[in-house]
Design a protein. Sequence first.
Length: 118
Amino acid sequence: QVQLVESGGGLVQPGGSLRLSCAGSGFTFNTYAMSWYRQAPGKERELVAGISSYGGVTNYADSVQGRFTISRDNAKNTVFLQMNRLKPEDTAVYSCMARRSGEPRVYWGQGTQVTVSA
């Protein structure tokens, strides 16, 4: 069955960096666009970054533009989110999502907690 497993979250000080990974299995990874979303306590889930199936197109939320970088390694069925210059407001559960163009169904990982605090 389809699985998305995130890793790399944790506690980091403001200004620090983390690299999140999301490993996919059970589907043809290189035919799916991948995205990272986050949800902070009491807030709605928001799109952080997205990447096309072969990595040629990326997009970012204004709040992370210039600080976060999304990338993927289709040979390893993995998508990454490099997060630099982290801020307390980046604290959230980060989840990856897979979607194939033209198909309504999407797949979600279980999420990984990122906490930015001194």
